[in-house]
Design a protein around this ligand. Structure first.
Ligand code: ADP
Length: 474
């Protein structure tokens, strides 16, 4: 049972706790349901030193040997799927079906990278010379993950980083540490000591980790504000960085989009995980001709949603993950009610958990906070447009540029519009469709560096040119 399990961190190959503990709160009840051990600076340094010690031998193992260990980890996670899914719902809040999906995705990511083979790029191969580029590991990597997808966002860092021969210090968010600790336990008897560490903090060790002189790279997913701080600390030793930060993804509906189907797709890409997704749809632009029908369609879906404890069989939307996020969401509700017309939801639900009714807001002031800032909550503003060029300009008028989508029946026209949108990923007639083979990345202040795909693997490597002249010039 997750409630009574003795959670431990994996440090220097040992499962440890040294006294300090953190309560882990179930957001559906707002009550602690388990405890996690908490690290301090000395434990962090021990984990990093052990990783540095383990690095040469780990980097020296064959690619195939490391890939086999990733496959074994995937099998072990699969064997514990039910426990991990249930634990994910308990600590994160998402409905059990979505937790099961995340666990399946996590397994899929480990298997995808386990099947990848190394590639050398040859630039010249002649009688006189051989010039190629190979890639090696960077060293010790800090993998810092947020509380919305604690397992999948760990997997996209852990799998490629380990495959190419890095050691990894994994630090989950303090409100969702348990699934990461359980993965650490599964790793303990697969990987050599020191290759992987799991470290829980109370949001107090991030600066030490990201500024640590013995860490070569930081792979971070989280808010743009914390991402800026990570970048500043990483600058001290010029660490490599992958930053997957906030988003304010626009959906642009074109005037030939089928309204009912489009509304259903947009609704689910805005509300999945209660809107706590970097790449969720966070604002919708709809042409005059379709505006009322689209607003009514979205509102009907929101009113019909079943909100509740993620462990209950019929729940479609769980709570917000933590109290701070709940407070931020309620402030957005207040602003939204002032700046627009609430046509579904609009309130927090009676507690004790952190529940918000899925909310649709129409006729919103284009300058509203809800339009320009990231709500990270099940609250969707719908904006009306008369002129497509102006709608594209409004969609692009953002400090963020993570994802975006364009919806319409004429695919050529929709694709042409998609090519005018500034974002790392622009979907046409879908949103949030992620695939381990296809890299995603942010533009502007949504971050940089790819995850997924071969590009996501190369982020954890140092490229090296080998330039061979077959004879020494006389
Ligand atoms: P939120 O503000 O919603 O808590 P964050 O972006 O701060 O989101 O959290 C994402 C991850 O970043 C978490 O693992 C968190 O513990 C971690 N974190 C928080 N502060 C720092 C920091 N100064 N340096 C590095 N990581 C940090």
């Amino acid at each position: 049972m997750p409630e009574s399990h003795d959670y431990r961190m994996l440090i220097a190959g040992e499962l440890v706790r040294d006294g300090a503990m953190l309560d882990v709160i179930n957001p559906a009840t707002a009550r602690p349901f388990a405890q996690a051990p908490r690290a301090n600076a000395a434990l962090l340094d021990r984990a990093v030193d052990a990783a540095c010690d383990a690095f040469p031998a780990w980097a020296g193992q064959s690619w195939a040997a490391r890939a086999a260990m990733l496959s074994t980890l995937a099998d072990r996670i699969e064997g514990r799927s039910y426990d991990l899914s249930r634990l994910l719902t308990l600590e994160q809040g998402k409905p059990l079906g979505q937790a099961q999906y995340e666990v399946a995705q996590t397994i899929g990511i480990f298997r995808f990278y386990a099947a990848m083979t190394p590639r050398e790029q040859v630039y010249r191969e002649t009688d006189a010379a051989f010039i190629a580029q190979d890639r090696g590991p960077l060293g010790v990597v800090a993998a810092i993950t947020p509380w919305n997808f604690p397992l999948a966002l760990l997997a996209v860092k852990l799998a490629p980083a380990l495959l190419v021969g890095n050691c990894v210090i994994a630090k989950p968010a303090p409100t969702t540490p348990l699934t990461t600790l359980l993965v650490g336990e599964l790793c303990a008897d697969i990987f050599p000591a020191g290759v992987i560490a799991t470290l829980v903090d109370a949001n107090d060790l991030g600066d030490r980790l990201t500024g640590h002189p013995r860490i070569a790279k930081v792979a971070f997913t989280g808010s743009t504000a914390t991402g800026r701080r990570v970048m500043a600390h990483a600058a001290i030793t010029l660490k490599r960085l992958t930053l997957e930060l906030g988003g304010n993804d626009p959906a642009i509906v074109l005037d030939d989009a089928p309204v009912a189907a489009t509304a259903a797709q947009i609704y689910s890409a805005a509300m999945v995980n209660s809107g706590q997704v970097c790449m969720a749809i966070k604002r919708v632009y709809v042409p005059d001709a379709l505006y009322d029908e689209m607003c009514d369609g979205l509102a009907a879906l929101a009113r019909a949603a079943i909100v509740g404890d993620g462990l209950a069989a019929d729940t479609q939307l769980g709570p917000l993950q933590n109290e701070d996020q709940f407070a931020r969401a309620k402030a957005f509700l207040d602003n939204g009610a002032r700046d627009g017309t609430v046509i579904a939801g609009g309130t927090a639900l009676p507690g004790p958990g952190y529940f918000i009714a899925p909310t649709i807001i129409r006729d919103i002031d284009p300058d509203a906070r809800l339009v320009h800032e990231e709500q990270f909550a099940p609250i969707l503003p719908v904006l009306r447009y008369a002129n497509l060029d102006a709608a594209i300009a409004a969609a692009n008028d953002s400090e963020f540029g993570l994802g975006a989508s364009v919806w319409g029946a004429d695919i050529e026209r929709a694709t042409a519009v998609a090519r005018r949108v500034a974002a790392g990923t622009v979907w046409v007639n879908t949103h949030l469709a992620l695939d381990p083979e296809v890299p995603y990345r942010g533009s502007k202040q949504s971050g940089f560096g790819a995850e997924f795909g071969r590009e996501g693997l190369e982020e954890f490597t140092q490229a090296r040119i080998i330039n061979v002249q077959r004879t020494i010039a006389a």
